[in-house]
Design a protein around this ligand. Sequence first.
Ligand code: NZQ
Ligand code: ZN
Length: 388
Amino acid sequence: MLNFNYAIPTEIFFGKGRIDVLGRQAKRYGAKALLIYGGGSIRRSGLYESVTGILEENGIAFLELGGVRPNPRISKVREGVDICRAHGVELLLAVGGGSTIDTAKAIGAAVYHDGDPWEIVLDRKKIKNVLPIACIPTIAATGSEMDAIAVISNEETKQKLSTSHRGMFPKFSIMDPAYTFSVPRDQTAAGTADIMSHVFESYFSANKGAFLQDRLAEALLKTCIRYGPAALDEPDNYEARANLMWASSLAINGLLGYGKEASWSVHTIEHELSAFYDVTHGAGLAVLTPVWMEYALNADTVDKFAQYGVNVWGFGPGGDPYALARAAIEKTREFFTSALGLPGSLGELGIGDEKFGKMAERVVARKTIRGFKPLDRQDVFNIYKAAL
Ligand code: NZQ
Ligand code: ZN
């Protein structure tokens, strides 16, 4: 196990009716908020009414920035920065999915940056300070409500990049699983695949000896396998939604990655799909993950995949590790396509091979994928090709 610092500063208020803390908590950070939300789900669910009512009752003035789209755009961030500067906003309150929360984080950082907001996405070292962020997540997926990352797209350059800063950890997040009852089937499935992918990115690491982190990871995977399909069958099953929601936060808040090095290979490869084709992040991950697993299977990694089969899928131990590993990978593919109804190929996402070369170049230009299975440009290209 490698050395690490444990520090997760976000305060979580989890459970039914926890919105009752909103007024008191928000007031700790300021008297003027910018309420940020997406394309309308919070209006349809009534959450918009409850949040604005609480802000009014507590004397917190607020402005609004609605219309954040999935794969959130830098243009929306620019809009938000202008509002914050013009009105002296003190707190950013994101109510919605990961796209909404990430937009809030980027606005919070860009307000303190003199140049264009895209510069703080291109180079996280340019972030000096971040306005306080508070979140009310409405979907179990990215874990953005408890991490310090924002992923933003540039519609002009067709780039989708992540940035981060310690100040981007939300000050607090109010997580009521009932807010996720209305998440549609495809987004529930994609969110579950995203949570699992976050776990895989830490679990499949070259570092050995982080026994505890690996068992935690397996527990989160089993939670998704149990409750993802349950939430599809019964959208207002509180137990299923609650377990998925908490799993989404724990999968990426640092807990699983402490003491290990993770290469985030599949995420890096997927972000190019979203950048060029605007696909749903979790759907792209569901296609790429089993293909990456097959590609990564070799003499160095086989035991880890076999362990995954035994501890997560319940295969009997012993026997040929390659057979166990291949069966575990096949189970993963089946789970995404059959149990969650997600696409099984890039073709199903409407993606052809025209841009594979360019996408592969961008992946390796952005970072060197080392660790569990080092990948060069040709490897990334081969993975796209095998996913067609
Ligand atoms: O926009 P609205 O109307 O709210 O509808 C959204 C949107 O259409 C809908 N939705 C959310 N909650 C709902 C709901 N519909 C009905 N009822 C509800 N309760 O779901 C759709 C997708 O929303 P989005 O915010 O895009 O989903 P998600 O949370 O999956 O976020 C995806 C974005 O986060 C990035 C992804 O790349 C993608 O851009 N990621 C962020 C990460 C982070 N900050 O740590 C890490 C992840 O790996 C990921 O890259
Ligand atoms: Zn993700």
